[in-house]
Design a protein around this ligand. Structure first.
Ligand SMILES: Cc1ncc(COP(=O)(O)O)c(C=O)c1O
Length: 412
């Protein structure tokens, strides 16, 4: 059941601004989940039941507070790729985070908010020359690299850059192992640091994926020593992203490793590039069942196929990379505990691979027109969605129970 909160809609868009027009300020005691239920009720009188998301901007502010409290020495440079919604970037700019950008468009997006170039790291180790030139023109100096070719491009297009060497870390435990694509081995670092010096480039720090192995902070110290030996002034340690759900445990490992290998009196600045930690829990999606089939599986057992209006080519592309399938919350009242069936959830496109997971999930018998809710879909969802087969991206509305206006007006 949903409660009508009488959400006050208020426009914060200034002329010519690309930001969405509306921020929904919820009434006292309201929550984003209740707003989702309210919208479902609103749409349920109509045949138009397009998928939508509610983003809880207060949750975003609270994730920032949690991050800062657990890792007081680490300044977050939010990974824009994770969710580049203008409201999200606007709130983070107001909270004072830095930004990790991977392309010219992401740089443009963040700079257009008035964020100082010194608050940005261009953290893609393999950049197009034109994007490097753009960074140079706009004064974005912090750039990552992991190869000699990249150094040659930077020497030509951005000689004033402050470079961060991305090293390989053991990431077999990581959910998205990146080892084969990016990162210099410890053996290659010595040569790269000398090559940078010979090209007249300044290397200022080291970056590695803390999500893979926090212990690798000790490897970074070795690379710092190599860098100093090659004549660089090493002053920045970048822990990148991959902060997991069990964050507190990881934070204490990181804090202990920092205290041992980079004590505060070294003056080394420590940054990170968290994405999913900030965004995952911010968004809740509501999707509608647009088709249904019942089939008999092995042993004559009933299985259900539900066709949803959101899928792999929309906001749920990331689901297929996850270790376990997501079971949605069913928005339907049953008189008694319903029987559950193994169900396959398909997306709306004509592609046979457009399904939410390879495994089945257990759900009750539902009908066309029923709603499902997926919580914690703020990370790598909207930013990875496409319009394949003519399905537009899910509408997102931004909700806050706190009045963010004054914070946003002060930003950045
Ligand atoms: C360079 C870099 N920084 C930060 C991130 C963000 O990682 P996460 O969203 O897991 O925190 C990624 C993820 O791909 C990355 O490649």
């Amino acid at each position: 059941t949903s409660t009508h909160l009488g959400g006050l809609k208020e426009s914060l868009r200034s002329p010519g601004s690309p930001w969405p027009a509306e921020l929904i300020v919820l009434g006292p005691g309201g929550s984003a989940r209740q707003e989702v239920l309210r919208k479902i009720q609103e749409l349920s009188d109509s045949v138009h039941r397009d998928p939508f998301m509610v983003a809880d901007l207060d949750m975003l502010a609270s994730r920032h507070a949690t991050f800062r409290q657990a890792l007081p020495r680490v300044w977050p440079f939010y990974a824009v790729k994770c969710n580049s919604s203008p409201w999200v970037l606007r709130v983070l700019a107001a909270l004072g985070t830095g930004f990790d950008c991977a392309s010219q468009v992401e740089l443009e997006q963040v700079l257009s908010l008035g964020v100082a170039p010194s608050r940005i790291i261009f953290a893609n180790p393999c950049k197009a020359s034109a994007h490097i030139q753009y960074a140079a023109r706009r004064g974005v100096k912090l750039l990552t690299f992991d190869s000699e070719e990249e150094l040659t491009k930077v020497a030509k297009h951005h000689p004033e850059a402050r470079l961060v060497l991305r090293i390989l870390a053991e990431d077999s435990k990581s959910r998205f192992p990146l080892n084969t694509k990016f990162g210099a081995s410890l053996e290659a670092c010595g040569h790269l640091l000398t090559r940078a010096r010979d090209l007249g480039l300044a290397v200022v720090g080291v970056s590695f994926h803390v999500g893979s192995d926090a212990q690798a902070i000790a490897d970074c110290r070795r690379v710092f020593e190599m860098g100093c030996g090659a004549g660089h002034h090493m002053s920045l340690l970048d822990l990148r992203g991959g902060f997991p759900g069990v964050f507190e445990e990881m934070a204490s490992v990181i804090n202990a490793a920092l205290a041992q290998d980079f004590p505060e009196d070294t003056g080394v600045e420590v940054i990170a590039e968290p994405g999913r930690f900030y965004m995952a829990s911010v968004c809740t999606a509501a999707v509608n069942i647009i088709g249904k089939k019942a089939v008999l599986g092995p042993g004559g057992h009933r299985r259900l196929l539900y066709y949803l209006n959101e899928g792999q080519y929309g906001s749920f592309r990331i689901f297929l990379r996850e270790p376990t399938p997501r079971t949605p919350i069913v928005v339907k009242e049953f008189l008694s505990e319903p029987h559950l069936f193994p169900c396959t959830l398909y997306g709306p496109t004509c592609d046979a691979f457009d399904r939410l997971s390879l495994e089945e999930v257990w759900l009750p018998e539902l009908d066309v027109g029923d709603w499902l809710i997926f919580p914690s879909v703020g990370a790598y969802t909207c930013s990875m969605s496409s319009t394949f087969n003519g399905f537009p991206p899910a509408y997102v509305c931004y909700a806050t129970v706190r009045q963010l206006r004054s914070l946003l007006e002060m930003a950045p």
